[in-house]
Design a protein around this ligand. Structure first.
Ligand code: ATP
Ligand code: MG
Length: 362
């Protein structure tokens, strides 16, 4: 699909957030794949949804298939930023792995692990916290949005500091590319700041830097909208799960918010809800959203929703069939996590040793 139209999905706010941050090259072929390392991750708060797929998962698989070394992290400690306890954590963690494998991530080529199983990664949080100010942490627009949607009575300290923890997630393996959705751009900026300040404060004896400065890779759909017109999110009851069956998919999409104008158009700023649905059909059909809108024409919301339902169900049928096969062997999912944690620990131990050395710790 040409990117011109889809990239406008949330152009205004993306531009504000990306200022100085990242090169948006997700659709390009990566030159010299072996010189890069990718890290991304998800919170085990529920099943992955279409926003994950088109926002980052598809890019992860693409990069893996180009030969880029890939780390995919289950951010289990970050579940408790906006809730008191991590409900059904083991089940959600296994289901994330299931979604990854169904989407095409290959544990032979991608290191898949939970960050709670990698102690040295978590220890990086301490020196990293010293490199950012409280004012910087409280300004983070994504954290503010998540606080607004949190059900907790009081905001906890992890909510403000998890972007720094995320810097540890990225930098423990010295990743330089991070395929993410738009909400993650402020966090990427925190990781870049931390890498820069750490390198300035603690260079190697020969003057070389410990950490790379990671870049975000945004997709054509950096902020897919959910059925309520807000960011599609696992925790907001507005998502179509990757693994949902066809009937559940139809029910969820039929319930999506639209507007009273019968003529369907693609206008992400003026008609975000309708345009979100148009974009979803366009992504599934690999066509431009304008062409989809034109085709539905005066059919109204009901015809648009029928198109979206058919497109989603058709596109995800093979992934869902693979997912059902893989779901039969939960032991395999846990084995993938064990092996991933082993590899991640070896790398995290080496990075922590390097950090302690440049800091002069004994
Ligand atoms: P939660 O509601 O529990 O925070 P979430 O749906 O926001 O869940 P995360 O685990 O926080 O999912 O995000 C994982 C990755 O998926 C991040 O890179 C994020 O930017 C991306 N992502 C999440 N939602 C969307 C979306 N609607 N569109 C595009 N990318 C998304
Ligand atoms: Mg989130």
């Amino acid at each position: 699909m040409t990117t011109s139209a889809t990239a406008t999905a949330s152009t205004a706010s993306t531009a504000a957030l990306t200022a100085g941050t990242s090169d948006r090259t997700a659709q390009d072929r990566i030159d010299d794949p072996s010189s890069h390392r990718v890290l991304t991750g998800d919170r085990p708060t529920g099943p992955l949804h279409l926003g994950h797929y088109f926002g980052t998962l598809q890019n992860r698989v693409r990069l893996q298939d180009q030969g880029v070394e890939m780390f995919v992290l289950v951010a289990d400690y970050q579940v408790i930023t906006d809730r008191d306890i991590a409900d059904r954590l083991a089940e959600h963690t296994e289901n994330l792995v299931l979604d990854y494998l169904a989407a095409g991530l290959d544990p032979e080529r991608a290191t898949i692990f939970a960050h709670s199983a990698v102690p040295a990664l978590n220890q990086l949080l301490l020196p990293f916290l010293s490199l950012v100010s409280v004012a910087e942490l409280s300004r983070n627009p994504t954290v503010k949005d998540e606080i607004a949607h949190s059900s907790q009575a009081a905001v906890n300290g992890l909510m403000f500091t998890y972007p720094v923890h995320q810097a540890a997630d990225i930098l423990f393996c010295k990743a330089d590319l991070v395929p993410v959705g738009q909400d993650q751009l402020p966090h990427l900026e925190v990781a870049r700041t931390i890498a820069r300040r750490f390198n300035e404060r603690y260079p190697h004896a020969d003057g070389s830097a410990v950490f790379p400065r990671p870049r975000a890779l945004l997709s054509d759909a950096p902020m897919l909208l959910g059925t309520d017109g807000g960011k599609m999110s696992k925790s907001r009851g507005n998502a179509v799960a990757l693994g949902a069956d066809e009937d559940a998919t139809a029910r969820t999409i039929r319930g999506a918010k639209t507007d009273a104008d019968r003529r369907i158009s693609y206008d992400p700023v003026g008609r975000p809800e309708v345009s979100g649905l148009v974009l979803l059909a366009a992504l599934c059909q690999d066509r431009d959203p304008e062409a989809i809108a034109e085709e539905v024409g005066d059919g109204g919301a009901a015809a648009l929703k029928r198109t979206v339902i058919d497109s989603v169900n058709e596109y995800f049928r093979p992934l869902r069939a693979r997912r059902a096969e893989l779901a039969a062997d939960r032991g395999h999912l846990r084995q993938v996590l064990r092996e991933g944690a082993e590899r991640a620990n070896t790398i995290a131990d080496a990075t922590l040793a390097e950090v302690r050395e440049v800091m002069g710790a004994i």
